[in-house]
Write a protein that binds this ligand. Structure first.
Ligand code: SAH
Ligand code: SF4
Length: 390
């Protein structure tokens, strides 16, 4: 399988807008260099980065003229050379359960979806990392959409900024709301795309999400979900350090090969070995095993027992996801009784086994339903087979 990585796909790192560079998504070093190139004295550049990060990520400012702690001339210089741009909202839908789905337009006219899920004790933003996906998990709607390209760090962070704009969550000057009361308190990389096939951009964006002068979310409030790109798992621990979720979905290689074809490249054993080595695992920092419940495919009592055997020794929670249907999907959701019986076996073996309530189903915002309307191009059968063969 040819992995599409930032090395072999053209990724616009900056949004040129009248020749201006978008400051959103630049690492501290990149912003420092850009400021120096624009005429900022070197000895001031580090401090200016901190000030700009606070305006951009903590106050949500998009206009240099309101940056009152910067000299007027300097503000004018910044406005001439830079922008603070977000993806454009094409549509915004609100579900009867309060879930919000944004369809965003990014450079090149491509579209991605972002979903905000309010819960009692938190508000979670489900972020996309690619337009489409190179992988072809057979139960996933995104998997039927061709990969168009990786998202840039600006486009990944931009999803957070757009959601905070829409939630009206920028603090009044001088007020810093506690994380517990934030509307957007958690991030899951569970939207469109495989985040570990866009590692560097996802990493740079999450560093901004975690930075005290950035979005300022603890790494424990960020969960990256992967279908199992084994070689990138150690780097995820070392370079991002966020929580990990694994799209496990099957308890034998035979079934997992069919559901999550990347399993043909890195099988269950290879995946579990990588997870056992993931840093900082403990009872308070557990790996989430996502398990989609597909009627008659992976939902037997035997599967449940095999699952707990397989993950023995790994601090884990198992998240059971009732299959979310989409037009033309080749599977059905397991019955509620079946899901409960499965959950029961896992629970008795000592694992938390929450059943994920589908959110935003009425607006096709639930897990695995995302697929941008303008990117309907389906993969050809030959392409899917080639990807599966690897
Ligand atoms: N590409 C990454 C992250 C995006 S998918 C990954 O595969 O992990 C987020 C989660 O939704 C994954 O666990 C995925 O397997 C699951 N999912 C995909 N399609 C689904 C569907 N139709 N119903 C329920 N869950 C689905
Ligand atoms: Fe891609 Fe994840 Fe969907 Fe698989 S489940 S096709 S990896 S988005």
């Amino acid at each position: 399988m040819t992995a599409i990585t930032p090395d072999n796909i053209t990724v616009p790192r900056k949004l040129p807008e009248g020749g201006r560079i978008n400051l959103v998504g630049l690492t501290r070093d990149q912003m420092r260099e850009a400021l120096i190139a624009a005429g900022t004295p070197e000895r001031q550049a580090g401090m200016r980065v901190g000030q700009l990060w606070q305006w951009i990520y903590q106050k949500g400012v998009t206009d240099f003229s309101v940056m009152t702690n910067l000299a007027k001339d300097y503000r004018a210089l910044l406005a001439e050379k830079f922008t603070i741009a977000r993806p454009e909202i094409v549509t915004r839908q609100v579900s009867s359960d309060g879930t919000r789905k944004y369809l965003l337009r990014i450079q090149g006219g491509h579209e991605v979806e972002t979903v905000y899920i309010p819960e009692e004790d938190r508000g979670t933003l489900c972020i996309s990392s690619q337009v489409g996906c190179t992988l072809t998990c057979s139960f996933c709607h995104t998997g039927t959409q061709k990969l168009v390209r990786n998202l840039t760090p600006a486009e990944i962070v931009g999803q957070i900024l757009v959601a905070r704009d829409d939630l009206g969550e920028w603090p009044k000057p001088g007020r810093h709301p506690k994380i517990e009361t934030r509307l957007l308190s958690n991030i899951v990389l569970m939207g469109m795309g495989e985040p570990l096939y866009n590692f560097e951009n996802v990493r740079d964006a999450m560093k901004i999400a975690m930075d005290a002068e950035g979005i300022s979310l603890s790494r424990r409030r960020i969960t990256l979900s992967t279908s199992g790109v084994v070689p990138e798992i150690p780097r995820t621990g070392a370079e991002i350090g966020c929580m990990l979720a694994i799209s496990f979905h099957a308890t034998t290689d035979e079934v997992r090969d069919r559901l999550v074809p990347i399993n043909k490249r890195w099988n269950i054993e290879a995946l579990l070995n990588a997870l056992r080595a993931y840093p900082k695992l403990s009872n308070s920092e557990r790996i989430t095993f996502e398990y989609v419940m597909l009627k008659g495919i992976n939902d037997s009592d035997e599967d449940a027992r095999r699952l707990v055997q397989l993950i023995k020794g790994i601090p884990a929670k198992i998240n059971l996801i009732p299959f979310n249907e989409w037009p033309g999907a080749p599977y059905e959701r397991s019955s509620n009784n079946r899901i409960r019986a499965f959950a029961d076996i896992i629970y008795k073996a000592g694992y938390a086994s929450p059943i994920r309530t589908p959110r935003g189903e009425d607006i096709m915002a639930a897990c695995g339903q995302l697929k941008s309307a303008t990117e309907r191009a389906r993969k050809s059968r030959a392409q899917i087979e080639a990807e599966i063969r690897g």
